[in-house]
Write a protein that binds this ligand. Structure first.
Ligand code: MEV
Length: 319
């Protein structure tokens, strides 16, 4: 039976989370690992659209109302069939599998949606641009995150490092002039991005001047951070990440688990480390240009209690 699969990367915000919600610039990169994969094939009974979520051990036959886990996929199917005449509303099956832990700041919701749309486009031969993919994923993201800034869908759909500002076209970053390693540590604690963003908004409501100053200070790091990234000035980028972490701590979005993973990474020799994503759990990321230090940092994160770690190489050795 004919089937088509597609992958989507996870994402890592290197600089600027939370401030990006308030119009400041942020720097984000796609990560090839962990990733999400979706496959479209013909449905056996041919009457409805079926969804199979392998990681949730869930099957939905499309004939009954979707269970909560399948709701985003029901919307994906509806959106694709409504917008593209080549996509029928019935007679096919979507299977999704993701290595990306959900609720940890790596863009799991956006990645599974992007993989699903890409597999649908491949199966039904729908021409599309990354921009269209990004817009479709953004609509699904709203289900997970309420009013997301758009950074997750943008970096995942475009699949390239970007400097992002809400409402403006994303700026692509050049491939760095030398390689670096990003080491991600997952605290094991899931978070709900929409709740944390709402809590930050409430706190800002009580003290707008202080919060807007912090957002601006965070935003000011992204431009120099993007330049350091492209030039491969990794020590400088590491210092900027450390400064960003301080500012995120003053927004009260770090947590004891994140702080201890960040400290472990720095002690292992990482050039910089910070939480990544909404915070209060989820993931942190550390940077180094030395492969031995990357391995050492990964071991240090595991020893400090990371529930999962991911090591990615970025730069001129990228495959
Ligand atoms: C979540 O990945 C990043 C936040 O800045 C929220 C957003 O940008 O929508 C916390």
């Amino acid at each position: 039976m004919r089937c088509k699969s597609a992958d989507a990367a996870s994402k890592l915000i290197l600089l600027g989370e939370h401030a990006v919600v308030y119009g400041e610039a942020a720097l984000a990169v796609p990560l090839k690992q962990p990733k999400a994969r979706a496959t479209v094939s013909q449905a056996q009974h041919g009457r409805s659209v079926a969804v199979e979520l392998k990681d949730y051990n869930l099957r939905w036959d499309g004939a009954t109302p979707p269970p909560p886990e399948a709701e985003p996929f029901a919307r994906i199917i509806r959106a694709a069939a409504k917008r593209f005449t080549a996509v029928p509303a019935q007679g096919w099956k979507l299977a999704v599998r993701s290595q990306i832990p959900s609720g940890c700041g790596l863009g799991s919701g956006a990645a599974v949606a992007a993989a699903a749309f890409k597999a649908i486009f491949r199966y039904f031969r729908v021409p599309h641009t990354p921009q269209v993919l990004s817009e479709l994923v953004y609509e699904i993201e709203k289900l997970h995150h309420g009013t997301p800034s758009g950074i997750d869908n943008t970096v995942i759909a475009l699949g390239r490092p970007i400097l992002f500002r809400k409402g403006a076209p994303a700026q692509f970053l050049a491939t760095p002039q030398s390689r670096c390693f990003l080491i991600v540590g997952h605290t094991g604690r899931r978070h709900r991005t929409s709740e944390i963003v709402a809590e930050v908004a409430r706190a800002r409501g009580l003290d707008p001047v202080r919060y807007d100053t912090i957002f601006r200070d965070i935003g000011r790091l992204s431009g120099p951070g993007a330049k350091a990234f492209q030039a491969g000035r990794w020590s400088e980028l590491g210092r900027i990440m450390d400064r960003n972490q301080e500012l995120l701590e003053s927004l009260d979005v770090s947590s004891p688990e994140l702080d201890s993973l960040v400290a472990a990474a720095r002690n292992a020799g990482a050039l910089g480390a910070k939480l990544s994503g909404a915070g209060r759990g989820g993931c942190m990321a550390a940077l180094t240009d030395d492969p031995l230090c990357a391995k050492r940092t990964q071991r240090a994160l595991k020893a400090a209690g990371a529930a999962a770690t991911f090591l990615t190489e970025v730069g001129d050795h990228e495959g």
